[in-house]
Design a protein around this ligand. Structure first.
Ligand SMILES: NC(=O)c1ccc[n+]([C@@H]2O[C@H](COP(=O)([O-])OP(=O)(O)OC[C@H]3O[C@@H](n4cnc5c(N)ncnc54)[C@H](OP(=O)(O)O)[C@@H]3O)[C@@H](O)[C@H]2O)c1
Length: 232
């Protein structure tokens, strides 16, 4: 897909992977609507931010309505990026944290997809990319809640791509290992470091996935730091 003038909705653009991807897409000439809780600290004439807590379907619906009316009901790309993790032994994980992860990482993806799909189906064109994680491919101790959310979106996206492929809509699920972002703020045991993946490199890979030819469908994209623990 040629990205110039394409209309893109991204959830969570204030920082990390979502911010880098937004900047990369704007540099390619795309129009981006960012749905998130915090206003980004950067500006661009083709960037629209709509304050949205994606845990609430009514807020997501209102945001889509506003964006789509401004874009003449066009939407080519949806990036389900917003997500967060809380860690700890299952019986120690506060229920509010478990619910927040489920609501953002799983429900928010479902809410956004179900609003994007009718528009994309009508146009018979589109691409949805969802951020899972290597924690959506394999489980780790003290990551039970987060892993459950990322396995869930893997299942959701694998089901969805088979539902919509003949509507010429691509569905890609991305599984990164550790990325150097603010994600680890709730993880006292892990400090971001330079042997992690860089968010701008994950963003570049996602741009390349979006730019593939129409009949070339990247279904799953797993990427890990080569030396996650540094030099041997
Ligand atoms: N960093 C990693 O190691 C890693 C590895 C694999 C997968 N991932 C996944 O990659 C995605 C991006 O993570 P990141 O590393 O870039 O983390 P990050 O720097 O913490 O950014 C997370 C983004 O999610 C948004 N968000 C959180 N709660 C939200 C809510 N209720 N409503 C709307 N937006 C919300 C935030 O936007 P606001 O500030 O506006 O709330 C923020 O922009 C997540 O899905 C994460 O699970 C990360």
């Amino acid at each position: 897909m040629e990205l110039k003038d394409k209309k893109v909705i991204i959830t969570g653009i204030s920082k990390g992977i979502g911010k880098e991807l937004t900047l990369a897409l704007l540099a390619k000439g795309a129009h981006v609507a960012g749905l998130g809780q915090n206003q980004p600290d950067y500006f661009h004439p083709n960037l629209l931010f709509i304050k949205t807590d994606i845990r609430h379907n009514d807020q997501v619906e209102n945001a889509f309505k506003e964006v789509l009316s401004g874009w003449n009901n066009e939407l080519h790309i949806l990036i389900n990026n917003a997500g967060l993790g809380y860690f700890g032994k299952l019986e120690d994980l506060p229920l509010e944290q478990y619910h927040e992860m489920m609501e953002v990482n799983v429900n928010g993806v479902f809410y956004a997809c179900r609003l994007a799909l009718p528009v994309m189906k009508k146009a018979q064109y589109g691409h949805i990319i969802t951020l899972s994680s290597v924690a959506g491919l394999e489980a780790y101790p003290e990551v039970s809640g987060y892993c459950a959310t990322k396995f869930a979106v893997k299942a959701m996206m694998e089901s969805l791509y088979q539902e919509v492929r003949y509507d010429k809509i691509k569905v890609t699920c991305v599984y990164p290992g550790s990325v150097k972002t603010d994600f680890f703020r709730n993880s006292p045991g892990i400090k971001p470091h330079d042997f992690m993946l860089m968010p701008e490199d994950v963003a570049t890979a996602m741009v390349q996935i979006l730019e593939t030819p129409d009949n070339y469908h990247v279904v799953n994209y797993e990427v890990r730091p080569l030396r996650p623990k540094g030099e041997k």
